[in-house]
Design a protein. Structure first.
Length: 251
C-alpha cells in the first residue's frame, strides 16, 4: 500500500511540486516541475501492485480504480462545498455529510476495537447505497458545480469503499499529508530551491530523515555512515530495514 500526495514548490524561479510516497517501510520525496501523472508513476515504479491512497486529483486516475482508496477527509470538504451552494445542492450536501459522519463514528470504533469489522462491513452496505444514491441525485440536481463533482465521484465510486473490504487500508490520506508537512515548512522558510541540484538535495535529505524516523533508526548515525562510505568509495548503507535487506539478499 502507498499513500501519495503533492504540494507546491519553487525551483529556480519556476513553479514546481514536491511529491511524497509513503509505504510501510520507506517515505520517498521527489521535486519535479510537473504535477502530472507521470511523476506518480515514477514514484510508484512500474511493478507497483498495491492499494494506492490519494485524494481525487486527476494525476492518479491512470491507476486501476479497484486498487485505489480516495481520501474521505477530502470528500468531507467536497460535501461541505455541495452543502454551501443554493437550491437542491444544499440538501444533498447536508445528507452526504450526515452519512460521512456516521461512517467515521463506526470507523473509529473499529480502530478502537469496540466494533467488529464484520459488523462494520454489514452496516456499511446500506450506507454505501445511500451515499451513491445521493451522488446520483447530485449529478442531476441543476447546480453545475455540484453535478460535476458528483459525476467525478461516481466515475470512481469503487475507490470510495476499498477500506471497508481490505483490512489495513485507511479511509483518509492523512499519512501522506503528515509526511509532506516538513516540506511545506522548508518551502516557506527557504522559498524552495534555486537549481536541480538543490532539489535533489531536498529530495534525498527528506527521504533519508523521514524513512529513518519511520523505522526508528538514528538519523545522525546513518548520515555519518553514509559519509564514511562515500570517502572510502563504498556503497551507502541501505535505507531498507534489516529484515527486508535479508529477504532481498536471499531472493
Amino acid at each position: 500500500m502507498a499513500h501519495l500526495d503533492e504540494t507546491s514548490w519553487h525551483q529556480g524561479g519556476k513553479r514546481a511540486w514536491l511529491w511524497v510516497a509513503v509505504t510501510s517501510w520507506v517515505t520517498v520525496f521527489l521535486v519535479r516541475l510537473s504535477r502530472g501523472g507521470q511523476v506518480a508513476r515514477e514514484l510508484l515504479g512500474e511493478d507497483f501492485r498495491g492499494i494506492l491512497v490519494t485524494d481525487r486529483y486527476s494525476a492518479y486516475n491512470w491507476y486501476p480504480v479497484r486498487w485505489r482508496q480516495v481520501c474521505w477527509s477530502h470528500l468531507l470538504r467536497d460535501f461541505e462545498a455541495i452543502r454551501d451552494r443554493e437550491g437542491p445542492s444544499a440538501e444533498i450536501g447536508q445528507a452526504l455529510l450526515g452519512q460521512a459522519h456516521q461512517m467515521f463514528v463506526w470507523w473509529h470504533r473499529v480502530r478502537e476495537g469496540t466494533l467488529a469489522r464484520s459488523t462494520f462491513r454489514s452496516s456499511m452496505t446500506p450506507l454505501r447505497r445511500e451515499v451513491e444514491r445521493l451522488l446520483e441525485a447530485g449529478s442531476q440536481c441543476g447546480v453545475a458545480k455540484t453535478e460535476g463533482t458528483c459525476r467525478e465521484m461516481l466515475k470512481r465510486r469503487e475507490a470510495l469503499w476499498t477500506f471497508v473490504q481490505v483490512e489495513g487500508v485507511e479511509p483518509t490520506n492523512n499519512t501522506a499529508e503528515r509526511s509532506i508537512r516538513p516540506g511545506v515548512q522548508w518551502r516557506k522558510g527557504s522559498f524552495g530551491t534555486q537549481s536541480e541540484d538543490g532539489s535533489r538535495f531536498v529530495e534525498h535529505m527528506m527521504t533519508v530523515v523521514a524513512t529513518l524516523k519511520q523505522q526508528k533508526r538514528n538519523v545522525l548515525a546513518y548520515l555519518i555512515a553514509a559519509h564514511e562510505a562515500a570517502l572510502r568509495g563504498d556503497t551507502a548503507p541501505s535505507l531498507l530495514p534489516e529484515n527486508d535487506q535479508e529477504s532481498q539478499a536471499a531472493a
